[in-house]
Design a protein around this ligand. Structure first.
Ligand SMILES: Nc1ncnc2c1ncn2[C@@H]1O[C@H](COP(=O)(O)OP(=O)(O)OP(=O)(O)O)[C@@H](O)[C@H]1O
Ligand SMILES: [Mg+2]
Length: 328
């Protein structure tokens, strides 16, 4: 079983309008409400892949109940610990030009007692868990060492952890020795203080391309630094330029055959799901990365975060390029 921990789930509300009038009344042409938060996207994706998954998290109030009900309807097994605060909303407005503005609440204040209930359930679940995913932001009230403590508990039970977070929670978590850490470029730059973009860089396809302005040498250096800080493997996601992974075997680059058009929000969650799926299936690194790149691209092509079309994922597997650029 893969245990996905989502400490700060959300009820995502999206309003579609033709154009936003910031000084007047806006009447959305469509309103979509669905459960969100990075861990939820990972759990939904794993469930769609056919994995045995349990989503564990904290939920409170009407929004918490709505998240729970939506998960039940989607058939994703969940164990949500009740809290007194309200599960947050995230609010997104999309206009006809595709311009998107997001308003993400910080989330409810979680008490030490509430977190302790989750910790007890987590420790119990570890006995039947093959891998843990810790994903997303921490709600207010929880210390930045929260993920590190959960990683240490998993390590004591012999369970590998994939960590996808940012800032101090990411750095503290890395020091606790997760099996895989998956920062995107901003998260990696924030964690290491390195500049990772270089305009005009030759892109994966061998041409200079505005979308692929990633300085891969700098990314490799930053990922190597995070690995030295404690992670067994660092998989940096580079947007359309794919993945750069620093593992015990060396440094890998994997990239999609074409840049997909669509909604890139949640592509990183699809990558996290594929990586943990590959870890549990004991796939070698080149195959894990191939699946992760194909699933990331399929997630971009699907309109809603946390979803993908199976054919688009499977058809995209073979054309993914995977290269071991530096052997350790
Ligand atoms: N336009 C695209 N076309 C093809 N593949 C893409 C595209 N954008 C992203 N990907 C794939 O998805 C992966 C994850 O994307 P990205 O680096 O944007 O993650 P992220 O910033 O963590 O996303 P999020 O946090 O919103 O889930 C990339 O490494 C790449 O393999
Ligand atoms: Mg991400």
């Amino acid at each position: 079983m893969i245990l996905v921990v989502c400490l700060n789930p959300a009820l995502d509300v999206t309003h579609y309008v033709s154009a936003v009038d910031w000084a007047g009344v806006n009447r959305p042409t469509a309103v979509h409400t669905r459960p969100g938060g990075k861990g939820l996207n990972v759990a939904r994706t794993l469930h769609a892949l056919g994995a045995d998954v349990l989503l564990m998290g904290l939920a409170g109030g009407d929004t918490g109940r709505a998240v729970e009900a939506a998960l039940r309807q989607a058939g994703v097994p969940s164990a949500l610990i009740p809290i007194s605060g309200l599960t947050r909303h995230t609010f997104t407005v999309v206009d006809d030009a595709g311009t998107t503005a997001s308003f993400n609440e910080a989330g409810p204040e979680v008490t030490a007692h509430e977190f302790d209930s989750l910790r007890m359930a987590y420790l119990e679940a570890l006995a039947t868990t093959d891998a843990v995913v810790l994903s997303g932001s921490l709600p207010p009230g929880l210390p930045v060492t929260t993920y590190a403590a959960l990683i240490q508990a998993a390590a004591a039970a012999g369970v590998p952890v994939l960590l996808d977070s940012n800032g101090a929670a990411l750095l503290q978590g890395v020091s606790a020795g997760p099996a895989i850490v998956k920062p995107n470029l901003d998260e990696l730059a924030g964690a290491t203080g390195k500049i990772l973009s270089a305009s005009g860089t030759v892109c994966a396809a061998g041409t200079v391309c505005a979308a692929h302005t990633v300085d891969r040498a700098a990314v490799r250096e930053a990922a190597t630094e995070l690995r030295a800080a404690g992670a067994d493997a660092v998989v940096a996601s580079l947007g359309p330029a794919g993945l750069l992974a620093v593992t015990a075997e060396g440094c890998w680059h994997a990239w999609p055959s074409a840049v997909a058009a669509g909604n890139a929000t949640g592509a990183g969650d699809a990558v996290a799901a594929a990586l943990v799926h590959g870890l549990v299936a004991r796939r070698p690194w080149d195959e894990r990365l191939r699946h992760a790149v194909a699933l990331g691209a399929a997630a971009v092509a699907a309109p809603v975060a946390g979803e993908f079309r199976r054919e688009s994922y499977l058809d995209g597997l073979r054309p993914v390029a995977v290269r071991l650029e530096e052997v350790r």
